[in-house]
Write a protein that binds this ligand. Structure first.
Ligand SMILES: Nc1nc2c(ncn2[C@@H]2O[C@H](COP(=O)(O)OP(=O)(O)OP(=O)(O)O)[C@@H](O)[C@H]2O)c(=O)[nH]1
Ligand SMILES: [Mg+2]
Length: 458
């Protein structure tokens, strides 16, 4: 640190404006060398925009007419003096302005270096710095919403609360050390319970990663069922276009057809598959074998039935083989007279509620999407809802799991009546693991890895 860095913070290409960002002790001096506002640079009010021109320090030529803002430390993104120049966009001008800034004394910033400085200057903790990267790369509105809550410190606050409670426990243990074994024993009572409670909370938090991953990376959902129930029709209907071939002949679909659909803000990769039936056709059989392989990897399955025909042995077989999966039971062709009641469906999950839809008329599609969303986001334990704090970064989940590991050791030691020193040691290890999330206990190599994924100018 200590030097002044600069980068174009906006994406390359045509655009109305581009922003050049400069941060470091020389920011204001650099402004003095290249920016010509109405008054003197030193008199410019911090955090306000000023019109002026940028001149090249080498040629003295005007490079662009701009708006510029100086944000004096510490109330800036990086915590340092920051200069931001809003110049015209395009391929030429932003580079020319950056060139002027570099000639005036800055060096090109590395990927994520502004945010790294913000972290090192305590403007944000590491989980918030990572949230900046998440927000930029979010692919769905839900992903962006989560990133924004992380940027606001949702994960940091949850971890800080756990750290505080553990610190308190640690202090008690250490006090018991000072007073000797005898007085220490009452302090140790209930310690295992309190550690176990912490383990439960942290395990719940680690579990939210599954949901978080869905928001970040999307979910894979397979539409399956026997032939002719309307799987391809359903895919087309959910897509809003004719993507898969539909015919009255059973065995129409042979290969997979995968398309992306937005399900209440979740990005879902929806796969239409070959209908399951006994067949002598080699190609069809190969398609059917692949269905099961695909089902194994899917986050959920839409099991489709034809509501206009009686349930068959195939329907039952398929349902039975899906026992371990998340299944949405859907009865298609609701526009025709029903041939069976919901209660007659073979459900591998007793508490599931089948839906009736019509791929032909579009009836029930919104309900289907909402049910699919609930199914995908419900956690394994079935609570379905999380209180807004969802882990989306794998590094955070691993750190939480590491803390849980050390806490389990601590509680085991407490139960076994171990010396308080030993329990305290495990608690400290757990605290160090949690500290990796806020960045309290990470080294430069870890920071390098995290910020390498950022773009230059962030
Ligand atoms: N009345 C009615 N007919 C439907 C509906 N959905 C599909 N069909 C008809 O059912 C037949 C089979 O539809 P597909 O979508 O090809 O069925 P599939 O499950 O993909 O069939 P395979 O690929 O052969 O396994 C076609 O004639 C569709 O027009 C519906 O909701 N109502
Ligand atoms: Mg089909």
């Amino acid at each position: 640190m200590g030097d002044t860095i600069a980068a174009i913070a906006t994406p390359p290409g045509l655009g109305g404006i581009a922003v050049i960002r400069v941060s470091g002790p020389e920011a204001e001096t650099i402004a003095g060398r290249i920016f010509r506002p109405k008054g003197a640079i030193s008199r410019l009010r911090s955090h306000t925009l000023h019109a002026g021109t940028i001149v090249s320090p080498s040629t003295g030529e005007i490079v662009d007419e701009v708006l510029a803002v100086i944000m004096r430390k510490p109330r800036s993104y990086t915590g340092e003096d920051v200069l931001e120049i809003h110049c015209h966009g395009g391929y030429v001008v932003p580079r020319a302005v950056l060139e002027a800034v570099l000639q005036a004394g800055a060096r090109p910033a590395e990927a994520g270096e502004f945010t790294r400085r913000a972290f090192l200057n305590d403007r944000m903790d590491l989980s918030q710095a990572e949230a900046v990267g998440e927000l930029i790369t979010a692919a769905t509105s839900e992903g962006a919403r989560l990133a924004l809550s992380h940027l606001g410190g949702a994960v940091g606050a949850r971890i800080a609360a756990a750290e505080e409670r553990l610190m308190d426990l640690l202090a008690r243990l250490e006090a018991s050390l000072d007073f000797g074994e005898d007085e220490g024993i009452p302090a140790r009572e209930g310690i295992a319970d309190r550690i176990q409670e912490e383990v439960r909370l942290l395990n719940d938090l680690a579990d939210t990663y599954r949901t978080g991953r869905l928001y970040r990376q999307g979910a894979g959902v397979v539409i399956m069922g026997r032939t002719n129930v309307g799987k391809s029709s359903l895919l087309n209907r959910l897509l809003g276009e004719t993507r898969a071939i539909v015919t009255p002949l059973p065995g129409t679909t042979r290969d997979f057809i995968e398309e992306a659909v937005d399900v209440v803000g979740l990005p879902v990769r929806l796969t239409d598959t070959a209908g399951i039936r006994p067949t002598d056709d080699m190609i069809e059989q190969a398609g059917i074998d692949l269905v099961w392989e695909r089902v194994g990897k899917a986050d959920a399955v839409i099991l489709l039935f034809d509501g206009s025909e009686p349930i068959t042995a195939e329907d039952r077989d398929i349902a039975e083989r899906l026992a371990g999966k998340k299944v949405l039971y859907v009865i298609n062709k609701s526009d025709l007279a029903p041939a069976f009641a919901e209660k007659d469906l073979p459900l591998a999950h007793a508490d599931a509620t089948p839906l009736r839809v019509s791929a032909k008329t579009g009836e029930g599609m919104e309900t289907l999407k909402e049910a699919l969303y609930r199914l995908l986001t419900a956690s394994e334990k079935g609570e379905g809802e999380h209180d807004g704090c969802v882990l989306t970064v794998l590094r955070h989940r691993l750190a939480v799991e590491k803390a849980v590991f050390h806490l389990c050791q601590a509680s085991g030691a407490a139960v076994a009546g171990a010396y308080p020193e030993l329990i305290a040691e495990d608690l400290r290890d757990a605290l160090d693991a949690l500290g990796e999330i806020s960045g309290r206990t990470v080294n430069d190599a870890v920071l390098d890895r995290i910020f390498a994924h950022f773009c230059i100018g962030k």
